[in-house]
Design a protein around this ligand. Structure first.
Ligand SMILES: [Zn+2]
Length: 430
């Protein structure tokens, strides 16, 4: 397919393709042309040639390799791929959706800053319908596998006749597609391939602060193509870039059900890191859980996986009448457990930050243990708080941050959630 990039030993690639050196030198410094990594002096093969350590996963780029890009144009008939989504956008969602479509018409980059639970995916539908109709190549990329897995079936449902491909690990078949749903790492397979690149959750690990992935997303877009960033918590860098490069800014601070974000409550918990070994602490946590479980099921976020395992074991006897389980990135049954939680099989789910975003459950409250731990950045805390009151009727969902020290990110997360709720009020007044 056009824009698909492969690695070949020098001079062995197909002749009718676009060829670039794997490693180029700028003022004598070697740089990988696939991922943009500046290569250190010691990254050399036995024969002295440089290789790139930044994108090894996709095959080793060396001085003796070339990046060969397919340039055969895709003869894609312009056809109507109707959107069959049966829901309706709220008035504000519709304004954003039309503005996104206009950005595609004008070929202008855009940043959509939309609060968690605002219905971002649905707002893309009119723009995507337009892209299908024009025969454009589109990629929807996000750093998180769980977000891919959640968005893909929704896109398939909305555009059943569109060629949509999900890909998030190496070794899967490529096949033909018009809309690719993939992790941001997969963009390294492309060079000037997409007319429209949508990057969702660009503030999430591992995309945020990762120059390799930033380079990959830059190079995957055609020169005349556009990028649309979607985020609930834009970083300062992203906001600055938008201003400097004059992208269109779209905001939506109202959730689709029009209720405000739930403001987190603070709960002081001394030595939370020793909690699994302390009866008094466990009792206090169990009491908090019982109170919250009266109205909703519960997500219990933990900062580290071994802590999560110890806490799960220690807490079980105190919550004996409830169905308790845990999930983390290392868990082989992760998808099953997430599905089980969706279907109401579990009352309490202990989780690492793996569920911080992209996953939606009806009627949950959230407790963050060790909210002052360094893994809980401002953006992560805002995302976690956004898990509450997303689906279903209002059931007094609560967010509780348990902490020992009030860190800056912890305070800022609460300040920003309140600010978003105020902006939501201002949106209403417009
Ligand atoms: Zn590289």
């Amino acid at each position: 397919m056009q824009g698909k990039q492969e690695l070949y030993p020098k001079g062995t690639g197909p002749k009718d393709a676009h060829t670039r050196p794997g490693i180029a030198f700028y003022k004598g410094r070697p740089q990988c042309q696939r991922c943009g990594t500046w290569i250190a002096e010691n990254c050399r093969l036995e024969n002295g040639a440089y290789f790139c350590p930044g994108c090894l996963l996709l095959g080793r780029v060396t001085e003796f390799h070339e990046l060969v890009t397919d340039v055969t144009p895709i003869a894609r008939p312009k056809e109507v791929v109707p959107c069959v989504w049966s829901g309706t956008l709220t008035a504000k969602q519709a304004v954003v959706a039309i503005a996104l479509k206009e950005c595609l018409d004008k070929r202008q980059n855009a940043l959509l800053w939309a609060v968690t639970g605002s219905g971002k995916t649905e707002m893309l539908f009119p723009m995507l319908e337009q892209a299908f109709q024009e025969g454009l190549q589109v990629a929807y990329a996000t750093p998180r596998i769980d977000v891919c897995n959640e968005v893909y079936p929704r896109l398939r449902q909305a555009f059943p006749s569109g060629g949509i491909l999900l890909r998030h690990s190496q070794g899967e078949e490529w096949g033909d597609f018009q809309l690719l749903v993939a992790t941001t790492h997969q963009l390294l397979h492309f060079y000037r391939a997409f007319d429209l690149l949508i990057i969702d959750e660009s503030d999430a690990f591992p995309y945020v602060d990762n120059p390799v992935l930033h380079q990959a997303s830059r190079l995957a877009v055609k020169e005349q193509g556009i990028t649309v960033h979607l985020t609930a918590t834009p970083s300062r860098e992203l906001k600055q870039k938008r201003e400097k490069e004059n992208w269109c800014l779209l905001t939506l601070f109202q959730r689709y059900h029009k209720r405000p974000l739930v403001v987190p409550e603070l709960c002081f918990m001394e030595n939370w890191h020793k909690l699994p070994e302390r009866k008094r602490g466990l009792k206090k946590l169990a009491r908090l859980c019982e109170t919250l479980l009266k109205d909703n099921r519960l997500l219990l976020f933990c900062p580290q996986i071994d802590y999560l395992k110890r806490l799960e074991q220690a807490l079980q006897p105190y919550l004996a009448q409830w169905r308790v389980t845990s999930v983390s990135a290392r868990d082989e049954k992760r998808q099953e457990k997430i599905q089980g939680m969706r279907e109401g099989e579990w009352d309490v789910l202990l989780t690492s930050t793996v569920l911080e975003r992209g996953v939606t459950f009806a009627n949950v409250s959230v407790v963050v243990l060790g909210a002052d731990h360094e893994v809980f950045t401002k953006s992560v805390l805002i995302q976690i708080a956004g898990r509450v009151d997303r689906l279903g009727e209002y059931r007094h969902g609560r967010v509780v941050f348990c902490y020992q020290e009030q860190t800056y990110p912890l305070r800022q997360a609460i300040v920003e959630i309140k600010a978003i709720n105020r902006k939501r009020g201002q949106e209403d007044a417009l």
